[in-house]
Design a binder for this molecule. Structure first.
Ligand code: ATP
Ligand code: MG
Length: 379
């Protein structure tokens, strides 16, 4: 058992019915990685006390830390407390202070429903974690060398309790070096082609470094992480940038739109307008969400699907994007051109994906075409 390994139990039948998406797991996975712990397994469990008790017993047997969210409410189907108590063989008894607190909470609404008393029940080894924004308190349980934490299911309550109560306790108990993450970003190259070019950087990264590759709307992200010296990442990041060559557009917080606006600014362009067809305004949305940096070109507006009727906003350059319907094989092409101070001859580019991702990729493909044009004229 590695002392960095965490297991999460996402509790609630609604998760298994597909009525609620387990966003708590996504949040906690990212948070745990940031503090140097590793989420190894997520199990979604129904509101069944036997299944919950067994899952706690199994998880506690193999992990240093077990987290659970959900099932801390007042109703008969909120069984997380009962499940953990059962698996530990500890009795549930009413905590007078917790009961007084709950009654105080309810005073504004009149009498507290009797069922809420369930939320005042605790076991001897539980330390209560306060929940000032809801009625479900959390539990911190240390026993037999492992830690079990119960968090509310409501995402806002869970996040607050994690940040204010749980994360600091975990950091104190495990004295973990933080995980450092560096990302190299590329566009216009598929995930498998990128992986081929990166070769050993992905398959056999330097000792103490983990590597991964992910296809995102804005291209391929190559991620290097380490719990050791952050300097360990300098070399793989440089090597990845080198291997991806012209396809790489930045690292870490860099984004395509900022890169393009910056390059246009350096090329003497003060303002950019766009004109896009059949993209649902994806290009406009991306550019409008990009905060302007000093010396960059400014986005002054976009026109959607105007069919040539209206005139575009006045700007130094006008970036035009059209996304014709997918062909019979489901392939998409985008047409990109730019006119004005820095012209870009019309070109057709292939993109992959469907639905909203297809629209955003079309927009990123247009930005990437401008980026490539400007980086080749820089040289
Ligand atoms: P409460 O006292 O507020 O009922 P609880 O701990 O009992 O808290 P649940 O009843 O299990 O929480 O869930 C409350 C709501 O929180 C659910 O209806 C759902 O909307 C949301 N929720 C629960 N679990 C998750 C999860 N894993 N990911 C995202 N949302 C969740
Ligand atoms: Mg509930």
């Amino acid at each position: 058992m590695s002392d960095r390994d965490v297991e999460l139990l996402s509790i609630g039948s609604e998760l298994l019915l597909g009525e609620t998406v387990d966003t708590n797991a996504a949040f906690l996975g990212a948070e745990l990685a940031r503090i140097g712990l590793r989420l190894r397994l997520v199990r979604q469990l129904p509101d069944d006390v036997g299944i919950i008790a067994d899952a706690f017993a199994e998880a506690r047997g193999r992990r240093a830390v077990v987290l659970a969210t959900g099932g801390l409410g007042p109703t008969h189907d909120d069984l997380t407390r009962d499940g953990l108590a059962g698996s530990l063989g500890e009795p549930l008894t009413e905590d007078p202070a917790l009961r007084a607190e709950l009654e105080e909470r309810f005073r504004a609404y009149g009498r507290m429903p009797a069922s809420n008393l369930r939320q005042a029940m605790v076991i001897p080894s539980a330390e209560i974690l306060p929940n000032p924004i809801g009625s479900a308190s959390g539990w911190w349980v240390e026993r037999d060398g492992s830690v079990t934490v119960l968090l509310p299911g409501v995402p806002a309550e869970m996040r607050r309790m994690w940040t204010e109560e749980v994360r600091p306790r975990i950091a104190r108990r495990f004295t973990l070096p933080p995980l450092v993450i560096r990302t190299v970003k590329a566009f216009g190259i598929g995930e498998s082609m990128a992986a081929e070019r990166l070769g050993d950087l992905l398959d056999a990264p330097p000792h103490g470094v983990e590597a991964g590759i992910y296809a995102r709307d804005d291209g391929v992200h190559v991620r290097f992480s380490t719990a050791g010296d952050p300097g360990l990442l300098d070399e793989p990041v440089a090597a990845a940038l080198d291997a991806l060559g012209d396809d790489a557009y930045g690292t870490d917080d860099d984004d395509l739109a900022s890169a393009v606006l910056g390059a246009l600014g350096r090329g003497g362009v003060a303002t950019l307008a766009t004109w896009e067809a059949d993209t649902g305004g994806a290009l406009l949305a991306i550019l409008a969400a990009t905060s302007p940096a000093e010396g960059s070109a400014r986005f002054v507006g976009g026109l959607l699907d105007a069919g040539g009727a209206a005139s575009a906003p006045i700007a130094d350059v006008l970036l035009q994007l059209a996304l014709p319907a997918q062909d019979a094989h489901g392939r998409s092409r985008v047409e990109v051109a730019m006119s004005g101070r820095i012209p870009l001859a019309r070109r057709t580019l292939r993109i992959h994906g469907s639905g909203p991702q297809r629209l955003r990729r079309a927009a990123f493909a247009a930005l990437d075409a401008v980026r490539r044009e400007l980086s080749s004229s820089d040289r």
